[in-house]
Design a protein. Structure first.
Length: 317
């Protein structure tokens, strides 16, 4: 397959689809390339912070966005884009199956890699519960869900980050504890803050996730002393690194954010240091909230359309 488009969008989550809808409404020829692996495809819990939609399941919102884009004749291709090259007006994107797409402009909305708790190195047991009921990842999106509930923070990455998450969540519930499954080196300041708030800390490896249906009830954990115990809770929050999927951005020469975990926009419009390339959604160094992703996708699309329009009005600009 090879086609020519005014805008090629990599990533079909809320940011990419929102951008596609705006551009297609303005009669731009748009293709969205997506692996169908984004978390919204699998989110069955209700989202409470999408303006104008009091409660909507993530999956249903994703379906509505896709349907609206298709109605506007956006071409949506299920593929894994592995290569990006070229310059403004002549970008070339290639899929792992050998398909190629040419585009005048590119929007990267490739999201982040989410790190899950593991059992013997296997993260798949989490898929039964993540985004399904009471296993949460994004405080900006989901923290009010734990109000007055017994909550366990599962530290997958930095111990200090897990402590910081727990301290931030303490405004919603007084019944908090932490399980560190990886790094256990915590600063004295963090440890003192946890002690002041009565937040206990344990360390160990998860050997079993115990639940009913889509709700997690507890974890069976082997401690560092090889003893086992069970941690029960009403809600669970995962503290883990969020690393942007930056491969394509780096191939195009887009500057990385200071942490190297995300791409760096040149301005809040989502433009980058590479002419003709924009970024949106979780690829940017900001919150993973759906409404914010949609906003960054929309503003990037507005800027892309204005850029294309200027070239039509002032050829050679």
């Amino acid at each position: 397959m090879e086609g020519r488009y005014e805008t090629a969008i990599v990533g079909g989550g809320p940011a990419g689809l929102t951008a596609a809808i705006h551009l297609a409404w303005h009669q731009r020829k748009v293709v969205v390339m997506d692996r169908r692996s984004g978390p919204l495809f699998f989110t069955l819990e209700g989202l409470h912070n999408v303006p104008g939609v009091p409660v909507v399941r993530g999956l249903d919102l994703q379906k509505k966005l896709m349907a609206q884009a298709k109605e506007l004749e956006v071409e949506i291709v299920r593929t894994n884009v592995v290569s990006a090259s070229g310059t403004a007006g002549e970008f070339l994107l290639e899929g792992e199956s050998g398909d190629r797409w040419l585009a005048d402009t590119v929007l990267l909305a490739t999201g982040v890699a989410r790190y899950h708790p593991t059992i013997d190195g296997d993260f798949r047991p989490c898929f039964k519960y993540a985004g399904k009921g009471n296993l949460f990842y994004c405080p900006d999106c989901e923290a009010p869900e734990i109000r007055d509930k017994k909550t366990l923070v599962i530290g997958v990455g930095s111990a200090n980050d897990a402590a910081g998450m727990a301290i931030g969540l303490s405004r919603y519930t007084d019944d908090l504890s932490i399980l560190l499954t990886g790094d256990v080196a915590m600063s004295r300041e963090r440890a003192e803050q946890l002690e002041t708030k009565g937040i206990t800390v344990a360390a160990g490896d998860i050997v079993e996730m115990i639940g009913s249906g889509r709700r997690l009830a507890g974890l069976r954990v082997r401690g560092r002393d090889q003893g086992e115990r069970r941690f029960d809770a009403e809600a669970f929050f995962v503290s883990s690194p969020a690393r942007g999927r930056t491969d394509l951005a780096q191939q195009l020469g887009v500057e990385m954010a200071a942490t190297q975990n995300h791409a760096q926009p040149r301005s809040q419009r989502g433009d980058t240091n590479i002419e003709g390339v924009w970024i949106a959604g979780d690829l940017r160094p900001m919150t993973q909230q759906v409404a914010v992703a949609m906003g960054t996708g929309n503003i990037a699309a507005v800027m892309i359309d204005q850029t294309l329009r200027r070239k039509e009005v002032l050829p050679g600009s």
